[in-house]
Design a protein around this ligand. Structure first.
Ligand SMILES: C[S@@+](CC[C@H](N)C(=O)[O-])C[C@H]1O[C@@H](n2cnc3c(N)ncnc32)[C@H](O)[C@@H]1O
Length: 281
């Protein structure tokens, strides 16, 4: 049963307070994103070479891959939220990277969580491609272990979890998501593919995970998840940060029928905060 949309902060006084707390968080986030230490401290590898950041997974195609670009603000925002903007209480922190692929965004998140003051954290998500799930677990294993699970009956007690399967759209198929979210998530990252609209998945996440924040990528592109940002703002969520990152694969993506190359050359993102959490972080 869906709990439905909630404005969360009902009275004007509470709303003003939430907005003021959110402004302070915005300042902290902007300072972190601009700092030399963001993404673990990025260093040029020599004349003309690509700049490498410890938080960013590096591979042979790094120069051409959007998520490895130093200019990628989405990575900086994810790292900074994981590093310092989540709940500072002693409870376990939970981040869901809903579509993990090979684990680029998860790598950034895990690196940020490791650099944070949190003693305990968990990270997990879904990936329907078996090869990508395995690759994600291999690269994320360095953060204290990572497992690929196909069924949630044997749920790992620690480490990163990659659920190899389709993300659930209904309560009846959501056992893994229920286990993953437990008492609620701090952050859910939504980085969908072309034509993955997440209409059912999003409301299931709201019911089972109720995250304090969503980071939504590709909000400027047709047939992606931009509606989620608009929906959340409409029901009173606060936008903490937004930006665009270049995608140097746009011609390839266009050739694969994912849209127009010019439109695909920039990917916009938004970081949204549940208003009733604004003064708790
Ligand atoms: C844009 S990629 C995610 C990239 C990831 N954030 C990263 O930085 O590496 C989207 C991934 O979602 C997977 N995917 C798409 N629909 C899915 C679904 N319904 N359930 C599980 N995985 C899905 C695709 O296989 C693809 O690898």
């Amino acid at each position: 049963m869906s709990s439905g949309p909630t404005r969360g902060v009902a009275s004007p006084t509470k709303r003003r307070r939430a907005v003021s707390c959110a402004r302070a968080l915005q300042d902290r986030l902007a300072a972190c994103m601009a700092s030399d230490g963001s993404l673990g401290g990025c260093r040029s590898q020599g004349d003309g070479a690509v700049c490498r950041c410890p938080a960013v997974m590096f591979d042979d195609r790094a120069k051409h891959h959007k998520v490895n670009e130093l200019s990628n603000d989405f990575n900086r925002a994810l790292w900074c939220v994981a590093r310092g903007l989540l709940d500072s209480s002693s409870r376990e922190r939970l981040v869901v990277d809903f579509f993990m692929a090979k684990g680029h965004s998860s790598h950034v998140l895990a690196h940020g969580l490791t650099a944070s003051v949190a003693r305990r954290w968990r990270l997990g998500g879904f990936e329907m491609d078996a090869g990508l799930s395995q690759a994600a677990a291999e690269s994320l294993g360095r953060f204290g272990g990572a497992s690929v699970v196909k069924s949630c009956e044997r749920w790992p007690q620690s480490g990163v979890v990659v659920v190899n399967g389709k993300a659930p759209t209904r309560h009846t198929e959501a056992d893994c998501l229920r286990r993953l979210c437990g008492n609620g998530a701090d952050l859910v990252v939504l980085d969908p593919d072309f034509q993955i609209l997440m209409q059912e998945e999003f409301f299931l996440l709201e019911d089972l995970c109720r995250p304090a924040m969503y980071a939504v990528n590709n909000i400027n592109l047709a047939a992606h998840g931009g509606w989620i940002k608009e929906y959340l703002v409409t029901v009173g969520w606060l936008e903490l940060a937004a930006g665009s990152s270049p995608d140097f694969n746009s011609f390839l993506n266009a050739a694969q029928g994912k849209g127009n190359a010019l439109a695909l050359s920039l990917r916009s993102w938004s970081l949204l905060l549940r208003p009733e959490h604004a003064c708790r972080l």
